[in-house]
Design a protein around this ligand. Sequence first.
Ligand SMILES: NC(=O)c1ccc[n+]([C@@H]2O[C@H](COP(=O)([O-])OP(=O)(O)OC[C@H]3O[C@@H](n4cnc5c(N)ncnc54)[C@H](OP(=O)(O)O)[C@@H]3O)[C@@H](O)[C@H]2O)c1
Length: 374
Amino acid sequence: MAGASRGPAAVPPLPALMRAVAQERYGGPEVLRVIDAPLPEAGPGEVLVRVIAAGVDRGVWHLMTGTPVGVRLGIGLRAPRERVRGREVAGEVVAVGPGVTAFAIGDRVFGAGHASFAEFTRARVDRLAGIPAGVAWEQAAASATSGTTALQAVRLLGLTAAGDPADSVPAAASKSLLPDAAGRRVLVTGAAGGVGSLAVHLLRSAGAHVIGAASPARLEFARTLCDEVVETGGEYGEARLRALAPVDGLVSTSGIRSYRMLCSLLADGGTAVLVGAEGGRGLLGGFERQLLAPLLGSRDGRRLRALTSVETPELLADLGRLLADGRLRVPIHGEYALDATADALRDLQEGRVTGKAIIRIGAEADAADRSPRA
Ligand SMILES: NC(=O)c1ccc[n+]([C@@H]2O[C@H](COP(=O)([O-])OP(=O)(O)OC[C@H]3O[C@@H](n4cnc5c(N)ncnc54)[C@H](OP(=O)(O)O)[C@@H]3O)[C@@H](O)[C@H]2O)c1
């Protein structure tokens, strides 16, 4: 496994049971229980990871609550088929499934786990990458889903340095981890949130001038991240946003649902990337905005691009490099113990989490503590 750090190859015998955060029915954080669950087994193309840190991303909330209700068609109509929650993971490989050659026991990995709010999770190798030396567990865990989403959003903007022709984008973007966005003004809505705060960091590393939009409770935090902030909501929130036009790019992770409004904020040739927004209603909870964006495509030379994010090994490896060289730094709101996972989800929903929350589950194993496998 190139570029990643590897721990000792021997691990203690694995237990039969593990502690995990599970639910029997859909609902708020009150449905979560810490249970003793059987240890998962790594199937073909999978590894078993001892979880050290798990990130709390918004998708976990949707799976826990079964909202918008349209998602239940895929995850279970009456109750979630997968009872254990969690996705973002950073940890150590403790077993490899049939056919796996990409990772070995002892590798430090991060990415999307099958159910990571647990002492162990299985994970597909095509949703993982190695953690580069020097990158902290919580940074890796917190960026697995939110970071791959933010990185894809930044790349989809197709930014070039002011003065560069826009058709130089594909060549430039393919050669470097981030575009050269020097001199470009970019608006990020939900700038204090998980994806938003990471997009802000990446865009500033790319040289852009970043304006972060946030609601009043999160505005001061957004100010610590952005070049400039704008307060959303209230009587004049829309007018304050309009006063920012024209911007060269827009990453939408909260608020603004109207295509007309999005386009009206963009400069000629500008792009708005639609990531998502909370608070939507109906079967799809506002996700229809993502579905319709490609149909609208572009308006008057302004592009709307919907993002459906996937944690690929390539994106995760790029994120690992950005974390290692400091061009990405995840603002960690706080760490919660596994027993306090429900509190983390409650804080997320009640707007108390800025940046990312982490569930700290295991400690890094010390080589001296390990005995050879029986
Ligand atoms: N397209 C994809 O592939 C993809 C991938 C990841 C996430 N997403 C979606 O993108 C959005 C942002 O994700 P995230 O992880 O950044 O979420 P997040 O951290 O929970 O929230 C992002 C922002 O949404 C607003 N917000 C938070 N709680 C809210 C609530 N209960 N009601 C209304 N607004 C609320 C806040 O912004 P304000 O300051 O404006 O209030 C917050 O900063 C979510 O809708 C998520 O489901 C999509």
